[in-house]
Design a protein around this ligand. Structure first.
Ligand code: IYR
Length: 232
């Protein structure tokens, strides 16, 4: 449908709207850009063995700005990104994560789950939580506390998931590696990082350079024929 169609006529009330400056690209440019972006994103791998080399904080900050530019339910931006580089704090996070992971690997995960994880060679030990120069702990906010009142946020999981995707793309594009880590349960992070009552841990992301000798699992992504259903 053309954007000039009468169906797309925009009726505004007295809300505060501003013109949107949009540069339309040629079909060739769009195809080139989308292909180049795919090629670049397809080189991303989850990294579980990090170099201890330092990374400029500015890169982390800019990537978090990108994450914060994500769309969210009613633009409530229901997220907080905690950046941990302090060595003692990283060591505490590792210790508590390993305790939870030990319980998961020995009691909580069923046989099928453990079988499905075999190609990744994971276990309860998480040295990357100390080796990576930064841990970004993402918290979701189901509600805000404003003037002593609880005000709900909307589509919180979807919103924070989208922002996390933006963050992973930004860090990859900046030349850094990440891992999406979910030590389960993650409640210890709320206490340790002293977060307020309205924040729940969502994801723990070690960020840095891959260890120079890193090997990654030989796994494939689904072909487009398996994930795209074209209703012409
Ligand atoms: N959280 C555990 C287990 C784990 C679960 C899934 I699903 C993974 O894709 C990878 C790991 C861990 O981090 O080891």
């Amino acid at each position: 449908m053309s954007t000039d169609s009468p169906n797309s006529f925009q009726e505004t009330d007295d809300s505060d709207f501003i013109p949107y400056r949009f540069e339309k690209l040629s079909n060739e440019e769009m195809i080139r850009n989308s292909t180049a972006f795919y090629d670049e994103m397809a080189t991303r791998r989850s990294v579980r063995v990090f170099s201890t080399d330092d990374v400029p904080f500015e890169v982390i900050k800019q990537a978090i700005l990108t994450a914060g530019s994500a769309p969210s339910g009613a633009n409530k931006q229901p997220w907080t990104f905690c950046v941990v580089s302090n060595k003692e704090l990283k060591a505490k996070i590792r210790d508590l994560a390993e305790k939870e992971e030990y319980e998961s690997y020995t009691h909580r995960m069923n046989a099928k789950w453990l079988e499905d994880l075999k190609p990744f060679n994971t276990n309860h030990k998480k040295p990357h939580l100390e080796d990576a120069p930064y841990l970004i702990v993402i918290f979701k906010k189901p509600y805000e506390i404003e003037n002593g009142e609880k005000n709900q946020n909307y589509y919180v999981n979807e919103s924070v998931g989208i922002a996390t995707g933006f963050l992973l793309c930004a860090l990859h594009k900046s030349g850094l590696s990440t891992l999406t880590h979910t030590p389960s349960p993650m409640g210890f992070l709320t206490k340790l990082l002293n977060r307020p009552d309205n924040e729940r841990p969502y994801l723990l992301i070690p960020v840095g350079y891959p260890h120079p000798d890193l090997k990654v699992p030989n796994i494939m992504k689904h072909p487009v024929s398996k994930i795209l259903v074209d209703y012409k």
